[in-house]
Design a protein around this ligand. Structure first.
Ligand code: FAD
Length: 345
């Protein structure tokens, strides 16, 4: 089911035709460009080509100029770099003001950012300051041929429908996009483009925030989005011990362990393993779902996997509606058997 929403604030003096070009906010942290920036350049390239406009990336940080060419190789025509010690650490007020200033000066029609902690923090602030429409957490973007409108699609009402949102009355059209749903553009180191170093007024760089220390989050440092194979467990595993079966199969396949929210809420496995609307979105080559019913909130996080194998004893479980292969049976028999067979080969 689809829902169509028109959003955006009408600003009396906004001449929509003055706004042109697609922008990607290239998030930079821990000394490198975040993977989501390349994914945004992938979709951004398609949108820009369809509109016949340039694709630009915006890069903020301290000593980041040398990274600008990576963004050109990944699809950007122009990279606007603001390189300043005041931008070394992410600070919402400074990043927000600098981005707003750039957008006001250069008037892009579309601004995309990752739906990451940083993107979710800076983009709403900038959209509010500009009176622009914003769709958070998009999973799909397209341009409507007739009028060039950006169609921004995201799960709505608890993931029960996909809503397509457009912002007809304001510019730029702004969207944050979930990591791992868009494919990065192919990297071509021979691509050429323009790197523009932007000077910003000192007063924009003043902050009320002082970063004292950056502390790595404690606990498991697992990133399930990096695995090509994931074995996932749900309530059907019954307890923490059930995950040992999943772990053994994952190890045999050289993959990682994922989980439904039911399993995480029960305390059988930690939150970084959760897949779905309130967890991670993953796109592995193979996703094996064991004892997971396939609720929509789980499905939105894994249904773009290349191959989905579902093991469930209930033949009517919704997961069989979208699994590539279904095994109806008891996971406590099937999973150890699979692991054993793989061990033999
Ligand atoms: P269940 O739905 O209970 O399914 C267990 C399955 O295991 C059943 O199909 C059963 O037939 C099967 N089974 C039982 N025993 C065996 C056995 N021995 N062998 C084989 N099969 C067996 N869920 C998420 O996963 N991720 C999210 O991010 C998420 N976010 C949410 C956000 C909101 C706002 C809401 C309202 C819900 C969210 N949920 C999320 C919860 C979601 O709606 C489901 O409740 C949840 O996904 C169910 O997890 P499950 O499939 O493990 O459990």
């Amino acid at each position: 089911e689809a829902l169509h929403i028109e959003g955006g604030v009408r600003k009396g003096d906004t001449d929509l035709d003055q706004w042109s070009g697609i922008w990607v906010f290239a998030e930079y942290r821990h000394g490198q460009i975040a993977p989501v920036a390349y994914e945004l350049l992938g979709i951004g390239r398609q949108l820009a080509d369809q509109r016949g406009v340039p694709l630009s990336a915006v890069l903020f940080g301290d000593q980041v100029l040398e990274h600008a060419n990576q963004l050109i190789a990944a699809g950007a025509d122009t990279v606007y770099v603001v390189d300043h010690p005041a931008l070394a650490d992410y600070r919402e007020d400074v990043y927000g003001r600098v981005l707003e200033d750039l957008i006001r000066a250069r008037k892009p029609e579309v601004v995309l950012a990752g739906a990451t902690a940083i993107g979710r923090s800076v983009i709403p602030q900038v959209a509010t300051a500009l009176g622009a429409g914003l769709t958070a957490d998009c999973t799909q973007l397209a341009i409507r041929e007739e009028d060039g409108m950006l169609l921004q699609t995201r799960p709505a009402f608890g993931g029960n429908i996909m809503a397509t949102i457009e912002c007809p009355h304001s510019r730029p059209q702004m969207a944050t996009v979930r990591p791992k749903v868009m494919a990065p553009a192919p990297v071509d180191p021979t691509r050429t483009g323009e790197v523009v170093e932007v000077e910003v007024p000192e007063e924009l760089l003043q902050s009320r925030v002082e970063v004292l220390e950056c502390v790595q989050e404690e606990g498991e440092n697992v990133n399930i989005q990096e695995f090509e194979i994931l074995v996932a467990g749900g309530r059907g595993l019954e307890n923490e011990k059930g995950f040992e079966l999943i772990q053994a199969l994952a190890e045999e396949l050289g993959g990682g362990v994922a989980a439904s929210r039911a399993a995480v809420d029960a305390g059988w496995i930690s939150y970084p393993h959760q897949v779905g609307q309130t967890g991670k979105t993953v796109c592995p080559k193979l996703y094996i779902a064991c004892g997971i019913s396939g609720a929509i909130q789980h499905a939105v996080g894994m249904q773009s996997a290349d191959t989905i194998v579902a093991i469930n004893r209930d033949e009517k479980a919704p997961i069989f509606d979208f699994a590539t292969y279904g095994l109806v049976g008891d996971l406590f028999e099937i999973v150890p058997l699979l692991t054993e067979k793989l061990r033999e080969t």
